[in-house]
Design a protein around this ligand. Structure first.
Ligand code: 5GP
Ligand code: MN
Ligand code: MN
Length: 330
């Protein structure tokens, strides 16, 4: 990671510099939190023209509608076409940037902040730390180098990013350094109870009923993955429509499915179009699901990965079954 070069890129921005912050499609807490927290930091440094955006539907998922810095957001089609600097957050590959990928070449320079091991480094300067629990860890370090004082607004953004990507400090990536960062953020006075309730523990009644239905059709295949077990379920556009729910409510479903004691690998197959599915996969350690995802055109981390599947649910699940044995660890 080239910290000095990254710092120089940001410091070279004049006060009139146009900066565009972008993150991956269907942004999660880390994508939005690291992007908006960094944007607020740039503002503090006196950079006046800062925009933030993401590809795809411009809607911010309800859990993140309390984030500070939302006023930085502009719709993707209204974003600066040729910024002086584009900064990219939490995107493992160019394809995760959708229609915004072109900004990487129209911008004066591109700075990439990320923590996916599979990131090829598609920026002019790349800060990619696979050892970081979240992109916000990288963002906090760069903000510190730039002399930004992390106030409570920036802290809330970075805290949301850190808690979402570590599963509220439950995942393996939860190092002493992660807790030390959390301590620094909490010391600014932010409220972990309020933030967690908003981000993790609030959903419409329709989503509760929808989860019941989708969990009720989960399937357990004990012999899959070399006998370590696979559990999976799916949700269709019709399920969403019947319960009057938006697609992002399904992001939390994998956390209920992956509890299954009898399965190492868990999957949720979420319909995005008639023959297109967004697949979330998790592993408890026996399978490298990023290998499954990469083989099927996606990416992610060893124990949390995803891809876009085509065809029927059965075809998508079959494609996963076909990759599990090759992805067994050790
Ligand atoms: P989630 O299941 O929470 O959507 O994603 C888990 C991990 O897999 C994230 O780190 C995310 O970057 C990655 N991921 C999910 N879907 C895709 C995809 O379609 N393509 C790629 N390259 N990565 C994905
Ligand atoms: Mn992400
Ligand atoms: Mn992340």
């Amino acid at each position: 990671a080239d910290w000095a070069a990254a710092e120089a890129l940001v410091r070279a921005l004049p006060p009139t510099g146009r900066t565009l912050l972008i993150c991956h499609v269907n942004p999660d807490g880390d994508a939005l939190g690291s992007m908006l927290g960094f944007g607020l930091g740039l503002r503090q440094l006196g950079v006046r023209d800062v925009q933030a955006t993401f590809p795809g539907p411009p809607e911010v998922p309800e859990p993140f509608r309390g984030l500070p810095g939302l006023d930085l957001l502009v719709p993707a089609d209204a974003a600066e076409p040729a910024p002086d600097l584009v900064i990219c957050f939490d995107a493992a590959s160019v394809s995760r940037l959708g229609d915004l990928a072109g900004r990487l070449s129209t911008a004066g320079a591109a700075l990439v902040l990320d923590h996916h091991a599979s990131n090829p480094g598609f920026g002019t300067v790349n800060l990619v730390d696979p050892g970081a629990a979240a992109t916000s860890v990288v963002a906090e370090q760069l903000l510190a180098r730039l002399g930004v004082v992390v106030d409570s607004a920036i802290a809330e953004c970075l805290y949301v990013a850190l808690t979402t990507d570590t599963g509220s400090f439950r995942f393996e990536a939860t190092t002493p350094a992660v807790h030390q960062m959390a301590a620094r953020l909490l010391a600014t006075g932010i409220s972990p109870g309020d933030i967690s309730r908003r981000v993790f523990d609030t959903r419409p009644f329709g989503a509760v009923r929808l989860f019941g239905e989708v969990l009720g059709r989960a399937r357990l295949e004990s012999s899959a993955a070399g006998g370590r077990g696979l559990v999976w379920t799916f949700a269709t556009l019709d399920d969403l429509a019947r319960h009057d729910q938006r697609p992002y409510v399904l992001e939390a479903l994998i956390d209920s499915v992956r509890c299954t004691a009898e399965a190492d690998v868990s999957c949720v197959v979420k319909q995005t179009r008639p023959a297109e599915w967004a697949v979330s996969m998790r592993s408890k350690g026996a399978v490298d699901v990023s290998r499954v995802a990469v083989a099927l055109g996606g990416g992610g981390h060893t124990f949390a990965a995803g891809f876009t599947g085509r065809g029927s649910v059965e075809q998508v699940v079959d494609s996963i079954r076909g990759q599990l044995d090759a992805a067994l660890i050790g």
